[in-house]
Write a protein that binds this ligand. Structure first.
Ligand code: DAH
Length: 347
């Protein structure tokens, strides 16, 4: 009996020592010391032994049990330690390491400046309006006092859309300016008095180079009310430019020609980059051509169903793309829309 106990001990010790993981060790412990385990079985069988054996064998089994329990404890401590070491080695986190920089997107310079322009005009009581980029000839031309025979149609190299013309409004085109939405549609929809701006994309069929793109952005402005004069336009533009460039600027008018305004004018602003001392941006003239503008032609008002005896006002249109290029000293218009992130990331 005691011999077999010696065998059992050898077996158990070997198994405990061989167990390479906590889970395996637990299994060994169960096999020997658990409820149905071999050592436990011996203890259970004690009651069937004659009294004289019961005592000595009982003690021997119990000693074995205590010894194995001790061995189990120390093995499990070792394995636990090993497991922790392994985890630390494989999964350690250096809390002092600098974090990884995640890339974040940001607002495109065109959108940023557009939002700024919108905010300033909104503060001055203008509403923002929108219109379709695919327009009919009526809105892009006729409604703006540019009839089909008018040479101004050739000035704007138009993209025609290859689909059936509109039943009453002529061929479909990509709008060549924001005037159809900011003037004709706005007036037809809202009537007078009206104070709106319309920022948006425009398209012209041009050969592209550093300063010409088939797609560019404009901002149209329109103010129609009773008793409106160019003095109001001057006041609004002085205030707008002051808020945009955060300094007092001057403006001047020169004669210009646009079929939808009479008189038609060009507005120059004093150069905000050199305070008129002369720089590359203003070509050393101290002035920058900023926009076309003028008093809204009565034909435009009449076409939109507005009483041109009662109401008058002005319209303007400036290049948002050009403004952004000026502000950020961007020398090639093609950078703005070609999607090269190396460009966008600079802003
Ligand atoms: N629509 C003109 C263009 O794209 C710009 C313009 C000129 C708009 C004079 C106006 C204006 O409202 O009054 O060339």
């Amino acid at each position: 009996m005691h011999d077999s106990l010696g065998e059992l001990q050898k077996e158990a010790v070997a198994a405990l020592e061989k167990a390479a993981s906590l889970a395996a060790l637990k299994e060994v412990e169960k096999n020997f010391l658990g409820k149905g385990g071999k050592v436990t079985g011996l203890l259970k069988g004690l009651k069937d032994l004659p009294d004289e054996e019961k005592k000595s064998f009982g003690k021997a089994v119990n000693d074995l049990k205590v010894a194995l329990e001790g061995l189990y404890q120390s093995r499990s401590q070792i394995l636990e330690r090993e497991e922790i070491d392994r985890t630390l080695e494989n999964d350690w986190i250096d809390l002092t390491a600098p974090g990884t920089q995640h890339e974040t997107g940001h607002i495109h310079p065109l959108s940023e400046t557009q939002e700024e322009v919108e905010r300033i005009f909104q503060q001055m009581g203008f509403t923002i309006v929108d219109g379709p980029e695919v327009e009919s000839e009526f809105y892009n031309f006729e409604g703006l006092n540019i009839p089909s025979y008018h040479p101004a149609r050739d000035m704007q190299d138009t993209f025609f859309i290859d689909k059936a013309p509109h039943p009453t409004e002529g061929k479909m085109v990509l709008r060549t300016h924001t005037s159809p939405a900011g003037q004709v549609r706005a007036l037809m929809q809202h009537g007078a008095p009206l104070r709106v701006i319309c920022p948006g994309r425009c398209f012209r069929n041009e050969a592209t180079d550093a300063s010409h793109e088939h797609t560019f952005n404009q901002v149209e402005g329109l103010l129609i009310d009773e008793g409106i004069s160019l003095a109001h336009l001057k006041g609004v533009m002085l205030e707008f430019l002051k808020r945009l460039f955060k300094r007092d600027l001057k403006v001047r008018f020169r004669p210009g020609y646009f079929p939808f305004v009479e008189p038609g004018l060009e507005l120059d602003m004093s150069c905000p980059f050199c305070d008129q001392k002369g720089c590359r941006v203003c070509k050393h003239s101290g002035w920058i051509e900023f926009m076309g503008c003028g008093m809204t032609h009565p034909h435009v008002l009449k076409t939109a169903g507005i009483d041109s005896e009662k109401y008058q006002g002005w319209a303007f249109g400036f290049g948002l793309t050009r403004l952004v290029m000026m502000r950020y000293a961007i020398d090639d218009i093609r950078h703005l829309q070609n999607g090269d992130l190396r460009f966008n990331e600079q802003f």
